[in-house]
Structure formats: C-alpha cells, structure tokens
Design a protein around this ligand. Structure first.
Ligand SMILES: [Zn+2]
Ligand SMILES: [Zn+2]
Length: 422
C-alpha cells in the first residue's frame, strides 16, 4: 500500500486525505475540500488509512465488530499510584538508577577550551561552557560513545533511538508554568510554585509510540442515545507510565516532522531518560485515556452536559517507525504530600511550550487545565490531530454507516484538542 497523504483540515481540525479524483485533500468529517494547489507537501513518513466512502456511506470495517460494554478500565490501585511519591515509584521501577539520580552531585571543572569554570550535574553527558559556549563531555563517555551506566530509568538497551528535540528552554518552561498558575489563583493558593520551580523542575525524555486510533462508541446523553465515531491521528501513547498519563496526554499536539536520531551519550543538559516498560499500566493506557477523554470531547462537540459511554469498539494502527522519546518539562507534586492534600503537578511540551496542570486530591478532585503555547508555530502535516466526533448510524453490510446531522455540532473542539493554528 502506498503512503497516504494527509493534512489537517483547515475547517474542523480533523484529518483530510489526498484524493486523486477530487484533486485535493478531502475531509470526510466536515466535507471540506482543499485543492492541491494550496498546499506544498513535504516528504511523508507515516502511513495512514483514509475513511473509505461508498456512495454516501462510510465503510468502517476496522470498528465494525459488535461493540463491547464499556467498563471502568482503571486499575484498583491507580489512584494510590497517582497520588504517591514519584521518587518512590522510580525507586521501585529501577532502584540503581533512582539511587544514581538521588545522589548526583553538582560539579565544576575547567573548560578545556578557555579555562572558565563549567558547572553541571554529575549525571550529565554533555556540558556547555557558559563563557565560550564550547561543549565538552567526560573522556570516558566520549571514547566509548556510551551514556553512563544506570542513568536510564528502566532497561537501558530498550531505549528508543528517535526523539523530538527540546526547543523550549528551562526559562521558557518556567514562564509558561507561572502564567498557567496565575490564571487559577484560587487553586494555587498557598502553593509557592515559583520556589518549587527553582529546585524541582526537571527535563524528561519519555518513551512513546505513535498510533492512529479510531473509536466508535455508543453514548447515552440528555438528548438520547447515539453512536459516534472519531479518529486521533499521529497519537503518542505512553510506553512508560510512571508519570501521570492523563496530564501528559494534554500536551498534544506534537509535530513528528522534526523527529531525529537520539543517542543519550550526546544528549545536552540535565535530562532524565526513560526506557519503555512493559507492564499492565502500559497495556491499558490507551483504554484508560479514551475512557477519560471521550465523554468531554463529545460534550464539547455537541453542546451536551451529560455523556455516558455505554459500549465501544476501537482500533489502532501503529506506525512503521513508531517509537520515539518526547521532550517534557515536568514539575512534580510537592514532595511528601499525601493523597488527602491537593497535589499539583505541571508539565510543559518541550517542543511547543503548551502547558498543563493536574489538580489531584484523593478521590475528591481530579482536574486538568491547559495553557496553549505562547507562540504558535506552524506544524508539519505529521502532527497529532483529532477529528471531530460525528454521529453515525449503521445502514447495511459490509460495515457501511451513514453520517448523521441534526444534533448541534460545534466546529471548535475547544480545550482538549483545539487546532494548533487558530
Ligand atoms: Zn474538516
Ligand atoms: Zn569555555
């Protein structure tokens, strides 16, 4: 199968696929046609599957099987893990690496180029001289080309060898977090975020895998039951679940057009790296994210107040080169806070600057707020995108559905998956 070209629909934000007959990109969700002439397309690296149209119907074979009843997919100990101390979780995940990080030192040595003093953490592999900007690394790292042992959380050899580079500096990440905090003064009352940012802000490379996800779901609402369909294209799913997956999922969209080879040994700055971990939490992450995020998506799209997932059927397609590390600035909840306290953790997309905050207080509060990037840059077509959910109805075999209109549908999806360019 050829690569299927895709761009983001300039009307609804969903995926629009190249269609030879129409001489343009066609969005099946809002029926917008964008002629070829308006778009210059760069090299396409990922393969996507368009919606197949048969006359006026959509052929949804991939989600055509009978829907299964939706059950709460959260693990019994999920809340306990989400509210417990991250360092303890890291120590459980990889005791040696956790200890290396806990006992790391702030070191200084003369710059081999100009003699000025270079400072940094003992866990770093590349140091930059603040004076002459020369970069240096410890001889043993340079000679072996290997990152120092016990610095990658998880099994080092599993680490993904692609990454998106950090473009957001530490200062810019702090600024975004402070701005986000200033917008919710009530919730941040008594939290000295500025102080915590000085000591606790940490850069992470976290492993993700890219999927195209399709979800057909039947919901009950105050305006009756109906079935919806939506897609998430170029969606990054966590391959390590130690940090809060719901908070980090709010950092979408990412632009995968700038993916580049990744070698920890030549990584600059003070960044914690994770290898993927195969466990139950990782396996259930997609289901848990869809369970949490689909009802608000449908509420927003149709202007509803009550949406309950009844049954669903989803499909995911992994990209050929699907595995990469994403750059994330993370401010953990206050150390030694307990689950009865209001715990605040924050994250910033290290590529775009989009910020998110999680307010978690035991089973009393579990809310996320976001702040879009300060400067919105244009993304390539290989960015994450979400289609608007549409109402569909089964018509006939084989797996043919009709798209329905009628229930008020807003084109602006708002909070979660807003289009990047507005
Ligand atoms: Zn559209
Ligand atoms: Zn120097």
């Amino acid at each position: 199968m050829e690569n299927v070209q895709i761009i983001q629909c300039d009307t609804c934000g969903g995926p629009a696929y190249a269609e030879q007959q129409l001489e343009g990109f066609f969005c099946s969700y809002c029926e917008n046609l964008m002629p070829w002439s308006s778009y210059s397309i760069t090299n396409m690296s990922f393969r996507h599957r368009p919606i197949i149209r048969v006359d006026d119907l959509w052929k949804l074979t991939h989600v055509g099987l009978p829907e299964e009843t939706v059950k709460d997919p959260r693990h019994p100990d999920e809340l306990e893990k989400r509210t417990s101390d991250t360092n303890a979780l890291l120590a459980a995940l990889d005791p040696r690496t956790a200890e290396t990080w806990e006992t790391r030192e702030w070191i200084s040595f003369p710059c081999p180029n100009c003699g000025a003093t270079i400072t940094g953490y003992s866990t770093q592999s590349v140091f930059e001289c603040a004076y002459c900007k020369n970069k240096s690394m410890p001889e043993e790292v340079f000679q072996s080309g290997k990152y120092q042992q016990d610095l990658v959380f998880g099994y080092d050899f599993n680490m993904y060898d692609l990454a998106l580079p950090f473009t957001i500096t530490e200062e810019a990440a702090k600024k975004q977090m402070l701005e986000l905090a200033s917008r919710h003064p009530g919730l941040f009352k008594g939290q000295d975020i500025a102080q915590r940012l000085e000591t606790d802000l940490q850069a992470y490379y976290l492993p993700y895998r890219l999927e195209d996800i399709s979800l057909k779901a039947t919901v009950d609402t105050e305006k009756g039951k109906f079935t919806t369909y939506h897609e998430r294209i170029n969606w990054a799913l966590p391959s390590s679940t130690t940090l809060d997956i719901y908070l980090l999922n709010e950092l979408h969209p990412w632009d995968f057009g700038s993916v580049s080879p990744f070698t920890a040994a030549f990584l600059e700055g003070d960044v914690r790296i994770f290898a993927p971990v195969n466990n139950e939490e990782r396996k259930s992450a997609l289901r848990r994210l869809l369970w949490r995020e689909t009802p608000p998506l449908i509420k927003d799209a149709f202007g509803l107040n009550k949406v309950k997932l009844l049954s669903w059927n989803y499909d995911f397609r992994r990209h050929t080169y699907a595995y990469l590390n994403l750059p994330i600035w993370f401010l953990d909840k206050q150390a030694e806070s307990s689950s009865s306290d209001l715990q605040i953790s924050m994250a910033v997309n290290g590529q775009t600057g989009k910020a998110a905050v999680l307010f978690l207080q035991g089973d009393k509060m579990d809310e996320i707020r976001v702040l879009e990037a300060e400067q919105q840059v244009e993304m390539s077509s290989e960015r994450s995108m979400v289609s608007p959910p549409v109402r569909i109805e089964y018509v006939k075999s084989p797996f043919l559905y009709r798209k329905l209109t009628g229930l008020e549908q807003k084109s602006n999806l708002g909070r979660l998956f807003g289009r990047f360019k507005r």
